[in-house]
Structures are given as C-alpha cells and as structure tokens.
Design a protein around this ligand. Structure first.
Ligand code: FE
Length: 249
C-alpha cells in the first residue's frame, strides 16, 4: 500500500492498482489510527478479496472499524455484503440510498450495521479522531459525501476530482491535468451551483491534499486550492443542457 501520511499513531494509505480489464481505475483509501481502521469506497467484488488481503497486513483482525460509502455506485458499494459479513465494521451511507442497498444482496442480518448519513453530514470517530463526513450532494450523486481527516488534512473527494487515462498517481502540473478531468466532470457533475456550494464549504477546511477515488491525487495545499478554484468555475451538467433534444430517428 502507498503511504500518503504517517505519524506514530496515524497512517493514510491507498492502493491504485487493483482494477483490471474493463474496470474503471479506482483508488482504495484506508485510514488507520491507534490500530483502528476505516476503508473508503472499497469497490466491487473483484477488488474485495485483494484489498482485504492487503488490509490484513496493516490491521489486526477486528481492527477494521468503519467502512465509508461516498455514494451508491457499484464501483463503491457492490461488495458491501462481503465486507460486512467478514468484519464487525460499521458502514456509513447516505440516508437517501439506504432503501437501495438490499438490491446489492446485502443480507438482512448485516443491514443493521449500516448507518444512514443524514443530509447535513456527521462525525465518525476513528480511535478518537473525529473524521468529518462532509455533504457534497449532486457531485455527482444526489446523496453524496466526502471525508475529511483532520490529522493528515486530507480531503477524500470520491468522484469529484476524478481523472481518467493518466499514468501518474499525483498531479504535478495542474493545467496539463485539466483535460483528464474535463469530460467526466462536464457530464456527470450536476451543475456549477452544486460546485460553488461545495467550494464555499471546503474553503473552511485546512487542506494539505485532495484524494479522489479515480485517477491522480492533488498532493499539496496549492494544487488542492487550484482544484477547488477550477471546480467552482466549471460549467457542467444542467448548465450545458440544450433547450430541446432531437428525437432519435
Ligand atoms: Fe460514482
């Protein structure tokens, strides 16, 4: 696993090479504090066994305390049942998506271990650290959260900040990186209004790094600030809607 931050009590790790074939590239993030772990957006079935094996080298059994689902997409939630069956962890998912989760084959007996996240967000305690689940609705999912770790000062942004097709794990040249993000953000992110609310919100946080779920990370305060400014000025989603669609012929 790749280290993003480490002090004697606290570690932020990620893996970015578990996807294969037709799967979209994804980063799986893990935070460990005083022997307690949380996994963020753990991914689908094919990733589950590989990630679980990697986690076992970092955490004692029963060390995984929490599982965070930023939203309801299959690349995030499809293996929810597996994770809940083999660990005692508690999972967190937007209250909006709770009724959909049985469709992913989550067993009755473990569904009670999923805590619905209210629209306003909440705090999850990891070995004493208050991790903040920050509302980021409509970016892209209508019930969507990001996670801020106040120790490492990393903001985990889920699909926001996602990039495709780059070979590098960390952004160095922001302007050169923009084309790798544009297509996804223009089509999937709801609109500029939602981005401006988000930008105003996260400007209240001290951010050293922005870590999306797909593609390259923004590894410095300066690159994180550049990303926030880019996002708050982006026209996307419903901003770009035509007046009327042509009827397919
Ligand atoms: Fe998604």
């Amino acid at each position: 696993m790749i280290k993003l931050f480490e002090n004697p009590e606290h570690k932020n790790l990620f893996v970015n090479d578990l996807s294969s074939g037709q799967m979209i590239q994804a980063n799986q993030h893990v935070i460990i504090h005083n022997g307690e772990g949380i996994v963020l957006d753990p991914g689908g079935h094919k990733i589950y066994t590989k990630l679980f094996a990697k986690l076992s080298s970092q955490l004692k059994s029963n060390g995984l305390k929490h599982i965070f689902f930023s939203h309801q997409d299959p690349d995030i939630i499809a293996a929810a049942n597996g994770w809940l069956m083999v660990t005692d962890a508690r999972a967190y998912l937007s209250a909006l998506w709770m009724r959909f989760i049985p469709h992913f084959g989550v067993d009755e007996m473990v569904v009670g271990r999923i805590t619905p996240i209210p629209d306003a967000g909440m705090v999850v305690h990891l070995g004493g650290v208050p991790l903040k689940l920050i509302p980021a609705h409509f970016l892209h999912s209508p019930g969507n959260f990001q996670l801020y770790d106040p120790v490492s000062k990393i903001l985990y942004t889920g699909d926001l900040g996602a990039s495709l097709g780059t070979e590098y794990a960390y952004v160095e040249d922001f302007d050169a990186h923009v084309p790798a993000m544009e297509g996804f953000h223009r089509r999937y992110i709801a609109n500029n209004r939602a981005l401006r609310t988000w930008a105003k919100t996260v400007k209240n946080l001290e951010i050293d790094m922005i870590a999306p779920q797909h593609g390259a990370l923004f590894p410095t305060p300066e690159l994180s600030r550049r990303f926030i400014e880019w996002a708050e000025n982006l026209q996307c989603g419903t901003d770009l809607l035509a007046d009327c669609y042509p009827i397919p012929a």
